[in-house]
Structure formats: C-alpha cells, structure tokens
Design a protein around this ligand. Structure first.
Ligand code: SF4
Ligand code: SF4
Length: 445
C-alpha cells in the first residue's frame, strides 16, 4: 500500500543526497552580524538599543507590543555599530541592527534531565516561546506564540510536527530529526501542553527512514505521539497538504488549521523550543543547508542569525568557477533569488541554494497552449493559467473571484508549464495587488 498523501502536486528531482548524509557542523563565529527587525510574519520590531551600545549574546535588541510579532536578539556579543536600512533575503529592504563582535562566545545548554513540563503552566510556556523570539523555522516565520494562543472556544485536538522537508536540496530538518530527536520530541510535548492538545503527530516523508527510526526510538512506548509516514511529493510540507494527508482533515478556504482543531509546527521549531525552555537560549542561530550545483562543498551548518550569505558560502568552498549562478534564500521551488550576497541569514533561512545558470529556467516564455498541466498539479485546485493572466494584467477583481488569494505559492504550476510561463511570479503580483487594495481601503476608513 502506498503512503498517505494529498491530491495533485509534483515529483521534482530532490538532490537531497548532496547533504543528507552530512552532519551539522558549527559555522565560524562571524565578526559582524546584520539583524533585521523584520524576520517574521507580522509587525516589525522597534530597536531596543542604539548605536554604540554594548550588547551580550542572547540579549533582546528589538521588540514591539503587537500580538503578531516576535522579538529579535543579538546573535553575538559586541557593540552596536549602526541601525540602518539593509537588503533583506525576503527581497526588500529592512531596518537592521549591525553588531560588531568582540569575539567572545556564550556557553548555552547544560547536561542533565530536561525541565519537567508538568511543572510549567501553558501560559508560562507561551510567554517563554514569545520571549525567545521563536517563529516557524520551515520558512514562513510565523510567530509561534500566536499559534499557541487559539481564540476562546477553539479546542486544539492535535499538534502536527512538520518533518516533510519536501523542497529539493534542503536537509536541515532531516538532520535535526536524526541528530537531535529527543529535543524534537520534548518540543512537541511542550507544544501539546501549551495548546492543550492530547495528541501529537509527526509527518515525515518516506525518503527519510533513518530519521523515522531515530524519532521512533525517542518516542519509545508513549502512545500519545505517532509518526505518520507520507509519500515523498511536493508540496507535502505545506500546512494544508500535511493536515489532509496526515489526519484526513481539510482546512476550508479562508480558514486556518486551528479551525479544524490542529496546530502545525516545524521540527526545527520544536527543537528551538527545547533550547529556549531548558537553556534559556533565544532563537539566535539555526541549521542551514547550503547546497546546489553552484557551490563547491554543500554542507549543513549551524549559523548565527545575521551572518551574511557571502560568509556562509565561503565556508562551503565558495561558488563554482566559470559561469553565472543564482543564489536563493530557501529551496528552488519557493526560494527567493538574491540580488547580492550581502544579505543575512534570518530565522526563516532553512537553506541557501546555489544553482548554476545553465539549469536556470530562461526568462523567455511562450503562449499558453491551454494544456491544463498547471491545473492538474495545483494542490489547491485552482486555475493557475487564469490567475497568472489576471495577476499580470492587474485584474484584481477577477483574481479575487477565481480565489487567487488561496494560492499557497508552491510553484507547482510554473514547474509543470511546458510554455515556461512564470505563473507563480504573476500570481504573487496578483496577491500583492489584493493586499495593497485592502490596505488602501483600511486606510480610507
Ligand atoms: S496556483 Fe498557487 S497553489 Fe496552485 S500550483 Fe500555482 S503556486 Fe501552487
Ligand atoms: S501549463 Fe502553461 S501552457 Fe498549459 S495551460 Fe497552464 S499556463 Fe497554459
């Protein structure tokens, strides 16, 4: 019998073998870090420090009172060199705190049994998660504390940990499940406690048997946590696809996972919760997969937030010589192409993928031949060829009528299109227009 999955989607080449067998290594301590005040979905932080201040590793340096937000912390000890606008890996410019390091390193973590979860209240857990600046580490960077505070009357029946890592090239989640399964399971139990969920599930694609074994061992004989093995298919790790595949629950259009009694978190987020609650360590570093045929030595590195892509790539032998490359924040399906290497690793940077120009899709595209390939792969059941046209020609009312806002930006449609039409790019434009119109309407009120 085949493994559980969702309808439609694609099977791209995964290229996981470049790094899946490589242990996570610590990246060198950066001399300078650039820490954007916007590293999460929601309101950007305000700086809590000023130029010239001395900061300690782990010190909170930015925060804001808004509910949907997460504070940022100094990832190295040193002096605030400046607070300025700088290029963000999300493709925009963001106010960032630049810290010049003093070369000292703080020791985090202690041996011994982890904190007893029965001695911590759900509210204290949520507060600690917020205080540590923890956000979704699969890429979306949604503040985790917000997910842990469902509105009154919405009971959470299950926490699902996302261990799919369906993006080609990326293996950071695979490695964390394999190397630190106890942290992942402890973090899952903390999430269950914070939400009041009696059951925990971990969704993992079939192509990670060693991680499945490691987690099974860490779960032991406990019956409240279950591993669900899923088909390796893209975008299996998208929240809605994961919920329908793992639990058979469909999140209706315009609704959230909590509307079907579920909260989804990434496995890396669970491990970060362990470190925050047990060691008092905020989210100041993360595992990043550096891979692709454009980088000399693909690796998995534990990188301080704020380290430049340039510095990280130099620790992987640098870029291959001869010919252009495209550098992406993330994987090739959903990643964002970078105009410069002077961008920092942020909390949501699961990977840096470097693709040689010879395999990058040309920007020349042909007319739509109405083959419906894009329709047959769209996991949300949308009409990508129509949405692409509406997005590119700014027909916002039509874009909304055809439910363009439900697009999860997985890129399956662009991948499948024989005419190489940049459908996702156009659909993103359509979504941006919808957001801008909504903001205008709110401002007019
Ligand atoms: S329309 Fe959106 S959800 Fe559908 S395949 Fe394209 S990018 Fe994915
Ligand atoms: S896959 Fe491309 S060519 Fe085929 S219908 Fe969609 S947009 Fe048109």
């Amino acid at each position: 019998m085949g493994h559980k999955t969702f309808s439609r989607g694609i099977h791209p080449s995964y290229y996981k073998e470049l790094t899946s067998g490589k242990r996570v290594e610590a990246a060198s301590l950066p001399k300078t870090v650039t820490i954007p005040l916007q590293q999460h979905a929601g309101a950007p932080c305000e700086p809590l420090v000023k130029k010239g201040d001395i900061v300690a590793e782990g010190q909170k340096i930015g925060d804001v009172k808004a509910f949907v937000s997460a504070p940022v912390h100094a990832s190295i000890s040193g002096k605030v060199k400046d607070i300025e606008l700088s290029q963000h890996p999300g493709g925009f410019r963001s106010v960032s705190i630049i810290i010049e390091g003093d070369g000292t390193v703080k020791e985090w973590g202690k041996a011994g049994a982890p904190v007893d979860l029965s001695a911590i209240s759900a509210e204290a857990l949520r507060e600690a998660v917020r205080d540590a600046g923890i956000v979704g580490m699969g890429g979306a960077a949604f503040p985790t504390s917000v997910k842990l505070a469902p509105p009154k009357g919405k009971a959470i029946e299950a926490v699902v940990l996302n261990g799919c890592e369906c993006e080609p090239y990326l293996t950071a989640d695979h490695r964390i499940m394999l190397e630190e399964p106890e942290k992942v399971i402890w973090g899952l139990r903390a999430l269950m406690k914070a939400t009041g969920a009696p059951k925990g599930f971990i969704g993992i694609e079939e192509n990670k048997p060693d991680a499945i074994e490691a987690l099974k061992k860490a779960i032991g004989s406990a019956s409240d946590i279950q591993i669900i093995i899923l088909e390796a298919k893209y975008p299996q790790g998208a929240e809605k696809m994961l919920i329908v595949a793992a639990l058979g629950r469909k999140v209706p259009v315009g609704k959230l996972p909590l509307d079907v009694g579920v909260v989804v978190n990434n496995v890396g987020t669970a491990a970060a919760i362990y470190e925050a609650l047990n060691w008092g360590k905020p989210l100041i570093e993360r595992i990043v997969t550096i891979s692709g045929n454009g980088v000399k030595e693909p690796r998995n590195l534990r990188v301080r937030v704020g380290t430049s892509f340039e510095e990280v790539l130099s620790q992987c032998g640098g870029l291959v010589e001869g010919g252009e490359v495209e550098v992406l924040n993330g994987g090739p399906m959903m990643g964002i192409a970078q105009p410069t290497l002077a961008v920092p690793v942020i909390k949501g940077t699961s990977g840096i993928t470097v693709i040689a120009a010879s395999v990058i899709k040309s920007s020349v595209y042909d007319a739509c031949i109405r083959c419906a390939s894009c329709v047959s792969v769209c996991p949300m059941g949308l009409m990508p060829y129509k949405l692409g046209d509406f997005g590119k020609s700014f027909r916002t009312a039509d874009f909304k009528d055809w439910d363009g806002v439900s697009c999860i930006e997985c890129g399956c449609c662009s991948y499948a299109c024989p005419s190489k039409r940049p459908l996702l790019q156009w659909i993103r434009l359509g979504k941006l227009k919808v957001r801008q119109e909504a903001q205008k309407a709110a401002a007019a009120k």
